[in-house]
Ligand binder design. Structure first.
Ligand SMILES: [Zn+2]
Length: 251
């Protein structure tokens, strides 16, 4: 009575489960996030575990069970070897995996998220862009997939087109606030947020270059973004703004 199906999935993480088993979290192309048990996966000679390494793309035969679904067999298709030889790249990929584990619902397919994750692993593997940037670009695109893209063209308060100079990224209001509105926000009620430690910095300055790059990131896919040239300062600015916005948006 067991039902089985084959799915292509990216292994997000795995952890010990029961005495000999592993619990694996994957993001599959056609079924979204899944929790699977790999029987005997903790045994030293487990062939199954060798094909269920985190941050690999794998074909998995899933066996549906009453309490758990099992990875019946698996064949890894791509393990992104160049990515795995660089700690900074591994950290960037793990950060993305953690976001997916923490913020998407189980069993809800979204091929856009699947392809975005694959793009991230391929980009880190190719190494054209710095891992910090790849990570920030992924975060921005991922938030956009979840319907949380920030407004980067019009002031979120008075709705007019953003002009160069003096703008701020307002995390609670999900977008750019122009200098005029920022100067007058003293009279506006503060946006409250469930993360109190962040409330002091509900907005930060954003440079014109960062605005331009973030717009491009939301319009183009990773393949097109590799031509983007930035300095360390812009990289840090984008990375820090996007991280803070993620905390605000996801909480
Ligand atoms: Zn304004």
């Amino acid at each position: 009575m067991d039902e089985t199906y084959l799915t292509e999935a990216i292994i997000l993480n795995r952890q010990p489960f029961r005495e000999d088993d592993l619990q694996i979290t994957v993001y599959s192309r056609d079924r979204g996030k899944l929790f699977l048990v790999a029987r005997g996966g903790r045994k030293a000679k487990s062939k199954l575990a060798a094909h269920l390494e985190p941050l690999c793309r794998t074909e998995i035969m899933v066996v549906r069970g009453r309490r758990y679904d099992y990875a019946g067999s698996a064949v890894s298709a791509d393990c992104f070897g160049l990515l795995k030889s660089d700690l900074e790249k591994i950290n960037a990929a793990n950060k993305a995996a953690k976001m997916i584990v923490g913020s998407v619902k189980e069993g809800v397919p979204d091929e856009g998220i699947y392809n975005l994750t694959l793009d991230l692993l391929n980009e880190l593997n190719r190494g054209k862009l710095k891992p910090t940037l790849v990570s920030a670009f992924f975060t921005l695109k991922f938030l956009s997939r979840l319907g949380l893209a920030p407004e980067l063209y019009h002031c979120v308060l008075h709705r007019e087109k953003i002009q160069p100079g003096g703008n701020r990224f307002d995390f609670a209001r999900s977008g750019i606030v122009c200098p005029k509105c920022h100067a007058s926000t003293g009279s506006l009620p503060e946006m409250s947020h469930p993360v109190p430690s962040l409330s002091k910095e509900s907005n930060l300055p954003i440079s014109d270059n960062s605005i331009k790059i973030m717009r491009l990131v939301l319009q183009q896919d990773f393949g097109q973004l590799k031509k983007i040239k930035t300095g360390v300062k812009i990289e840090q600015e984008i990375s820090s703004l996007v991280d803070k916005y993620y905390q605000y948006a996801i909480g």
